[in-house]
Unconditional design. Sequence first.
Lengths: 266, 336
Amino acid sequence: MEAIKIYLTLFATSIKARMEYKASFLFYIFAILSFYIGQIGLLFVLLNRFHQIKGWTMGEMVFLYSLHAFAYGFTNLIFSQLINFDKMVVDGEFDRVLVRPLSPLGQVMFSKFEVSTAAHLIIGSTALYFGSHLAGIVWTLNKALLFPVIVGGGVLITGGIRLMVTAVAFWTLRNQSLVHTVIFSSKEFINYPVNIYNNGMQFFLTFIFPIAFINFYPAHFFLDRSGEGLLHPALEMGTPIAGIIVFTISIFTWRVGVNHYQSTGS
Amino acid sequence: MQEDNIAIEVKDLKKEFKVSSSGKGILGKLQALFHRRHKVITAVDAINFKIKRGEFVGYVGENGAGKSTTIKMLTGILVPTSGSAEVNGIVPYKNRKKNAAKIGVVFGQRTQLWWDLPVCESFDLLRVIFRVSRFDFNRQMEKLEKALGLKPLLEMPVRKLSLGQRMRCDLAASLIHNPPVLFLDEPTIGLDVLAKENIRNFLSEINREEGTTIILTTHDMNDIEQLCKRLIILEEGRIMFDGETEFLKQKFVHEKVIEVEFHEVGCVIQGIPGVTVVREQGCKKWLTLDNDNSGIGEVIGTIASQYKIKDISVKEPSVESIIRNIYDNRIRLSTP
């Protein structure tokens, strides 16, 4: 597809532009890596202190964490530019995106290179390795094939949520506080198995703000846990569907938002 | 269906903006948090015009008259509140990608180029984005390089270019895909005389040789006089003149401007029938005479008999002074 080739060129350009400032580029990689080394350290401290939470062993929780890290990492790779998108709206930079014969969303997504992704994927792989090992996951062919599908669904959920929050900027101009609440703070909810929360909260994280599908529900399948304690056993396999629904709604929101774009004076 | 020779057609095009007004001071701002008061501003108010292929149209008006808003609707950036617009037979705000492929856009205030990349890499990227074949690209670039003197700039990062250099590059960038319609929003803003002259020469050349339809907004009336055969004047979102620049000059050419320089400041000109003081600056005054010019000698005689005159000259009004008069409501025009 020609469009894909164009996007890849755009993406390569963003890397080149970033490399123009070599010192800052290297420092950035260094900062990201130290942050994640800290995160892994924290994980091991937690591992040694607790043994079980609500019927989840530490190994199982590490596996939960890995699913989330993968989804989050890939989302960052594809949707990282959306975090600062409100600046494009406030400055009227979005103007130039609209006068090029390419999808506006595609252009925004591919206009930035995010190194932190690599770090997310490293921590995800580490957690996956230790999680599988500690929880004694038996990797059948089915599981191996479904793993990328589940991660993909998770990317659609986190990416879709991010896109919706981003589109809010078309109406409010600034949306940083919303970005921080919805995208960064909400992550913390699913670092633990969702059944530690009461039913109302579980319902919220399943049907309203469906981030439980990123790791909690699909983990049941990979860990061979019985789905009986869940709101409904079928939710185990709901991740791709939830992903498609969230993403469709978000694309729609974005489209409405683009038509609402006000640009800047003169 | 649209006729083939029409490049742009605008019908009852209207754009309203909702502006939330917050009160003054901290208390007012706090109130605004709970009680948003909206004010609706009509930036473009149901305008109509058609532009034929190959025309060079000046689109002028004071700040806030709605020039940029119109351009932004025609380029697909803004969606109109009501009415319709077609560019090359395409509705720009409904079919952005298709529209973008057939127009060129230059915003004087903002570059289309990649800030951190050398100019030639920006060009190459635009070539890919606009799906221009290498062959066509090379041919077009050769022309643009020569006409705009780009050779020495190609290896420089955009952020190191001067304003004039950047504008030349931006113009070239907007023409890489050789679009039939070109929108220029204040392309000469902030440029020195020589840079302006270069850009004007180039624009008139592509209009003449490629038949490119050009819509130009500007505050510089020399741009208009030198380039635009047709002029559209906007005021508060409405078109108040749409016609030939020459016609505007002809219509007011009989109105002479007398420039008088006195020996001292503070000379008062009063009681001469049909004479208005348009402008004053130090010892200089600019006067206009009402339609009847037969009295021009008398007027000069009267002034000369009252005060000592250092210098006096009679001039035809420039397009700029005509337009200034229109803005100041001194001249009322009916749109033809």
